[in-house]
Design a protein around this ligand. Structure first.
Ligand code: KG4
Ligand code: ZN
Length: 345
């Protein structure tokens, strides 16, 4: 079975084709980062309009990349939520209409299930059950995964997502949106001993997170430095970036350790945009070594938004006979725990 996957939930247009015998045979991505850069964040209406411009050409490019025609495709998967409603509607409308025209089944995929299953695209895929740490621009969640579609939410952020905190702190340091990766590069030059940021909500039980205080802590640190030294040097920016990143990484690691202990599991999956963070990957790898467990993460191109994870998640659901009727429906807010389990994997 070959599935065309379409991702348009935020500011990346992703189109890919997944073949259940050959694996990923096409992967096309267009990022809108430059379009939103001047505004310091994603402008929803601009995002929708750009998805309209880019999705059809990317579908053609994906078919050409795989050397396939429309007749070679067996189903179409698209991100139905969560995400920006206008952006989701563009991808869903194109996908649903194309499936109708090509007489194919269509399936609406949960964006976070896509992220969660992205490590399955790698050769060394995790076995079930495992704990998943989902860290993206919109979500920070710890999930117990017993099988595809069998998800128990153990904890989540009560305010900003980890990626959002990275982006907001990066903005305070004068970095362009989305500044997560740039902040991480800056942190490499940081002095580890200059600033210590708090590890929010680690001193009480539970698996929820709170990251908005770290951004405020960064803002206060910057204000204090400017008052004392009358300028914010590149070195100070790097020192703040280091302390911030270290606080996020250690906070995430403390909660992962707790979730593994509480559930007795030994496999950890990290996925979503922030899982591309080298420091986080290294820290969690060391933790899992200490715990005699294993850690799994997607290669960086499948950490951030992409069509491949949507094609793959859609294929699993189409294969077990799920499909969307002709209605074009999106779910800007959608809990992953409402998804149905997949039995035929
Ligand atoms: O999963 P994703 O592409 O989109 C959402 O579903 O939100 O995640 C994007 C987020 C952004 O906040 C971005 O700054 C962050 O992932 N990100 C990173 C890194 N690469 C991307 N954060 C920290 N370090 C990175 N290397
Ligand atoms: Zn995402």
């Amino acid at each position: 079975m070959r599935v065309l996957g379409i991702e348009t939930s935020c500011d990346e247009t992703g189109v890919a084709i997944y073949d259940d015998e050959k694996g990923l045979v096409a992967n096309q991505l267009y990022t809108q980062i430059a379009l939103h850069a001047d505004y310091g964040g994603v402008v929803p209406e601009l995002a929708s309009r750009d998805h309209i411009r880019k999705t059809a050409p990317l579908i053609q490019a994906a078919l050409a990349e795989a050397n396939l025609n429309a007749e070679d495709i067996d189903g179409i998967a698209y991100t139905a939520g969560p995400g920006l409603v206008g952006a989701l509607l563009v991808g869903s409308t194109i996908a649903r209409s194309l499936a109708y025209a090509w007489n194919l089944p269509a399936i609406g995929v949960h964006h976070m299930e896509g992220h969660l299953l992205a490590p399955m695209l790698e050769e060394n895929a995790p076995r079930f059950p495992f704990i998943a740490l989902l860290v993206s621009g919109g979500h920070t969640q710890l999930v117990k995964v017993d099988a595809v579609g069998q998800y128990q939410l153990l904890g989540e952020s009560i305010d900003d997502a980890a990626g959002e905190a990275f982006d907001k702190t990066a903005k305070l340091l004068g970095l362009d949106y989305p500044g997560g990766a740039a902040l991480s590069r800056l942190a490499q030059k940081g002095n580890p001993d200059r600033f210590i940021f708090p590890r929010p909500m680690t001193d009480r039980p539970g698996l929820d997170f709170s990251f908005s205080g770290l951004k405020t802590f960064a803002a206060n640190t910057i204000a204090q430095v400017i008052q004392q030294e009358s300028e914010l040097t590149e070195q100070t920016k790097a020192d703040i970036a280091y302390a911030f990143q270290q606080a996020v990484v250690e906070t995430l690691a403390i909660k992962c350790r707790r979730a593994l202990k509480e559930t007795g599991l030994t496999r950890l999956v990290i996925a979503g945009g922030v899982s591309a963070n080298k420091q986080l990957r290294q820290h969690l790898s060391e933790l899992m070594q200490q715990l005699n467990g294993e850690v799994f993460y997607p290669q960086p191109q499948f950490c951030t938004d992409n069509g491949a994870m949507i094609a793959y998640a859609g294929l699993l659901r189409l294969k077990q006979g799920e499909q969307q009727d002709l209605a074009i429906e999106v779910k800007p807010r959608w809990s992953m725990t409402t998804l149905s389990p997949i039995v035929t994997i």
